[in-house]
Design a protein around this ligand. Structure first.
Ligand code: COA
Length: 267
């Protein structure tokens, strides 16, 4: 399914899009199905992130779910039920590519986890750079209960976030992870009362967006690409990006502001 890469004005069937002070809020909008990701939703997420990447006015992206019950309760099980093996592999590869696009964004992406984040929902949250969970959030990878394994890179991102032993326990039991535990094990960055979720996300983004945007983009790239490389290669990547920073107005302004004892003015 190909969708045009256009901005907030595009008509999405399963997403709601709104822009608030440079932050694009992408809300998965199938509350009657607990925001389960069907093919249409996945294609629209892909288009929405392509648009957000292209638009200079968009400084950061937040992903959340409609309603007060779910972030995303997984891939749509009614679609999974009919897949054959070749189709299922394609289904996984396509979903992985879409979530890779999210992780590869050069603008910060935050998951505002406002309820169930199971299966593909947990994988979507893990593809985001940062995660804030409301105290009623429930995360997990219950695929084994369906005779499946995660297909959108959950077997890879979960161990990278929480460590192999804990990831295996969560994957093999398919058990729920509460917001409190998710915070303790590093699966989410912050947790808060449900009514404070928007404010907590905004505060986190404010603390990021006051910094040099190019430096933030380079940090995202160094961590994303670097953690998958040999240490020496990753250090070379870091040095190259550090060098690129030194070619920017942003670095002149940031360092000059420190020396002149004034706040930096980044564009
Ligand atoms: N795919 C498709 N539909 C889903 C879904 C999913 N992953 N998760 C929930 N839904 C649908 C339900 O079928 C139901 O639709 P219906 O009203 O047409 O029957 C609706 O969303 C509400 O879900 P329901 O199960 O009635 O809500 P609940 O509060 O009793 O339970 C959950 C909530 C999250 C515990 C339960 O919906 C669930 O286990 N979902 C599947 C989670 C999962 O295995 N995800 C991984 C998929 S790979």
């Amino acid at each position: 399914m190909q969708l045009r890469h256009t901005g907030a004005a595009m008509d999405y069937e399963t997403l709601k899009i709104s822009d608030v002070e440079g932050v694009r809020w992408v809300t998965v909008n199938r509350p009657d199905k607990l925001n389960a990701l069907n093919r249409q939703t996945m294609a629209e997420l892909d288009a929405a992130f392509a648009a957000a990447a292209d638009e200079d006015d968009v400084l950061a992206v937040v992903v959340t779910g409609a309603g007060d019950k779910a972030f995303v309760a997984g891939a749509d099980i009614s679609e999974l039920n009919t897949l054959g093996p070749v189709e299922a592999k394609e289904f996984g590869l396509r979903g992985q590519a879409i979530f890779d696009r999210i992780e590869g964004m050069r603008k910060p992406v935050v998951a505002a986890v406002n309820g169930y984040a199971l299966g593909g929902g947990c994988e979507l949250a893990m593809a985001c750079h940062l995660r804030v969970a409301s105290s009623n959030a429930v995360l997990g990878q219950p695929e084994v209960k369906l005779g499946l394994i995660p297909g959108y890179a959950g077997t890879q991102r979960l161990p990278r976030l929480v460590g192999r032993g804990l990831a295996l326990e969560i994957l093999l039991t398919g058990r729920n992870v509460t917001a409190e535990e998710a915070h303790r094990i590093g699966l989410v960055n912050r947790t808060c009362a449900p009514e404070a979720l928007t404010q907590t996300v905004n505060e986190l983004l404010k603390a990021i967006l006051r910094n040099g945007p190019l430096a933030v983009a380079h940090c995202l790239e160094a961590v994303r690409a670097g953690t998958e490389m040999a240490f020496e290669d990753a250090c070379l990547l870091e040095a190259t990006l550090f060098g690129l920073c030194a070619s920017s107005e942003e670095m002149r302004e940031g360092t000059a502001a420190f020396l002149e004892k004034r706040p930096a003015r980044f564009r």
